[in-house]
Write a protein that binds this ligand. Structure first.
Ligand code: ADP
Length: 200
């Protein structure tokens, strides 16, 4: 007798629909792009808090939990940046199929890199959020002191200084943090995603 016949009701890995049903939510990938210090992680944390208060299960992915773990063997060469995003997108796909809403905080500086992520994840599940903060403001904030180091030549190929940032041409959400608070930014994203992640 084959394995299938032995366990007729347990013959496959449970699918996305069953997990979304269990969690009572529709999964989604929220992809935040923007300069270092633009506010991606700060807004993601505020957004995650709001979502969790409403009963949604989420996972924030950022450089801290990805580059130190699954991608700790990758640097910042063109090849490594591509591999970095490929792995991140594949991790997103796993969460997506587990019914979970992921919030990504990666500079992801080029259109090509973001298109690569969109292609792996699937366009209909991918929501692009441009954390649209002018370089001058990011540099004034200089949360991690990285701009100072980049200006001093201690860090090479730093996005916005000596490496380009290609702004999204048509983002799903454009968040202008120079004009609004962290709380308002999280609310702006929440308003757009709530109808998509709420089960009818
Ligand atoms: P990123 O993840 O994009 O590198 P961070 O979230 O680490 O950026 O840093 C953004 C910094 O800017 C934080 O110190 C945050 O408190 C500050 N900040 C000030 N105003 C805003 C705003 N309106 N939205 C987001 N962050 C803001």
């Amino acid at each position: 007798m084959s394995q299938e016949n032995l366990h007729p009701t347990f013959d496959r890995i449970l699918g996305r629909a069953e997990k979304e049903q269990l969690l009572q939510q529709n999964s989604k990938v929220i992809w935040m792009t923007g300069l270092s210090g633009s506010g991606k992680t700060t807004i993601a944390i505020a957004l995650e808090q709001k979502l969790n208060e409403k009963g949604f299960l989420t996972q924030v992915l950022d450089g801290d939990n990805v580059r130190t773990g699954i991608n700790n063997n990758l640097g910042f060469s063109v090849e490594d940046r591509t591999e970095n995003i490929r792995r991140i997108a594949e991790v997103n796909k796993l969460f997506l199929h587990c019914g979970i809403i992921t919030i990504n905080c990666f500079v992801s500086p080029t259109i090509a890199i973001r298109e690569q992520a969109r292609a792996i994840i699937g366009a209909s599940d991918f929501l692009e959020v441009f954390v649209n903060t002018p370089l001058e403001i990011c540099e004034q904030r200089d949360v991690k002191g990285l701009y100072k180091k980049a200006r001093a030549g201690e860090i090479k190929d730093f996005t916005g200084i000596d490496s380009p940032f290609e702004a999204p041409e048509n983002p799903d959400i454009d968040v202008r943090t120079a004009d609004i608070s962290v709380d308002e930014a999280a609310d702006q994203i929440l308003q757009v995603i709530l109808p998509q992640i709420t089960r009818k």
